[in-house]
Design a protein around this ligand. Structure first.
Ligand SMILES: Cc1cc2nc3c(=O)[nH]c(=O)nc-3n(C[C@H](O)[C@H](O)[C@H](O)COP(=O)(O)O)c2cc1C
Length: 377
């Protein structure tokens, strides 16, 4: 296998004492105006209170210390992939990548501040990923088995911010390649314990522009209130917007263009009925969201199957075609659950229903969820 673990990844423990290290990787250049950095500051204050012996450091990706990953570095990567040793300019570039990786890998806990930029992440964060994602550092590679992430045993909290895109706002407001991209990179690197913090002030709401500056919507929480309850250590945040900035569900429904869908024939199930079926073990829930979302949070005992996988996996995961199956995804605007339900019905499943309000409704009702990916699925 290419890429033995780099010895520099181990956290030194002076005088036999284990020091926990948190690294805040900051990708917003907006300083005092930054939403993600304001949340990060609150998070760090809380972290220091709950981890008084830990060391916390910030890596500002905009401070000029992040090396480029250009011709020499890319050449060095391919040289290492060919099991050879980089020389000359390649060696210098490779050393810079190693130094950056060591600064990153020495931490046990990560906090990332990640604004949405043009539907994805700021380019410095991609540059950081390109610099540190090296064989023997972030991953190992085997021609038969593929990649193995080497950053195991670490925890990450990711602050995702955005101002226009929203899961309930429809495709005219953009698409989300921010969280799927970054969560996927973390999981690929071996960091699977991920806590998500999402903050999305809706700059796309016309009513907001008409309101006098500083006047919150009736019933809305001020931004200060949203930041003040510091995230307790280890608590999982739902990957949704804070309540004060969500358009009401009724309004979100009205805004979504009515698209004729075959799935509209799938009948729905209420939260209470679904809970009763899950508690009794008579209903199987199917989470229709991508695996990174499922790993963060899903309904108790739910299976994970996206629409593209139904044909290949339904027979194995759901052998009884008359069993009670309920598909769900994020919220009423999310169409994944309808697509999975429609495909199951096409395959001959006779008792498929859809929990249209989705996991957002389940969590808002205070019901329990599970995280992670079961070993045998
Ligand atoms: C260059 C740039 C591109 C942006 N692109 C998007 C976008 O595609 N979708 C979106 O919802 N918000 C977009 N935004 C808005 C930011 O994501 C939003 O204001 C976020 O809260 C900024 O985080 P920060 O304050 O921590 O920098 C963009 C902002 C900038 C500066």
């Amino acid at each position: 296998m290419l890429g033995e673990r780099d010895p520099g990844t181990a956290s030194p423990a002076p005088e036999g004492k284990t020091v926990t290290r948190l690294l805040h990787v900051s990708s917003s250049p907006r300083g005092a105006a930054s939403e993600s950095l304001a949340i990060a500051r609150t998070f760090l204050d809380s972290y220091r209170e709950t981890h008084p012996d830990a060391e916390a450091d910030t890596f500002d990706l905009w401070d000029g210390s992040l090396p480029e990953f250009g011709p020499a570095a890319a050449g060095a990567k391919m040289t290492v992939f060919a099991d050879e040793v980089p020389t000359g300019a390649q060696a210098i570039a490779w050393q810079a990548a190693q130094d950056t990786f060591h600064r990153f890998a020495v931490a046990d806990h990560y906090l990332f501040s990640v604004p949405m930029w043009n539907a994805s992440v700021p380019y410095v964060l991609k540059q950081f990923i390109d610099v540190v994602s090296q064989p023997g550092m972030v991953f190992a590679f085997d021609p038969d088995q593929g990649y193995t992430g080497l950053l195991t045993g670490k925890k990450a909290a990711v602050i995702y911010t955005g101002a226009v895109w929203g899961a309930e706002r429809g495709s005219a407001f953009g698409r989300d390649f921010q969280q799927p991209f970054f969560d996927d990179w973390l999981c690929w690197a071996g960091v699977t314990d991920i806590t998500t913090i999402r903050f999305q002030p809706n700059l796309a709401t016309p009513r907001r522009r008409r309101r006098a500056p500083g006047c919150p919507r009736p019933g809305a929480r001020r931004r200060q209130d949203l930041l003040s309850p510091a995230p307790p250590s280890g608590q999982r945040y739902r990957p949704t917007q804070p309540p004060g900035h969500l358009p009401s569900r009724r309004r979100a429904r009205r805004r979504t263009p009515p698209t004729p869908r075959r799935s509209s024939v799938t009948s729905t199930i209420s939260r209470d009925e679904l809970k009763a079926g899950l508690d009794a073990g008579t209903t199987t829930a199917v989470d229709a969201l991508p695996e990174s979302y499922y790993a963060q949070q899903h309904l108790p005992g739910a299976l994970n199957m996206v629409a593209d996988d139904v044909e290949a996996r339904a027979g194995e995961l759901l052998p009884d075609k008359s069993a009670a199956i309920v598909t769900y995804c994020s919220n009423p605007a999310c169409q994944n659950s309808a697509q999975v339900a429609a495909k199951l019905e096409q395959l001959g499943y006779t008792n498929v229903r859809k929990y249209a309000d989705g996991i957002q409704d389940w969590v808002e009702a205070g019901l329990p969820t599970e995280t992670g990916i079961p070993a045998a699925r």
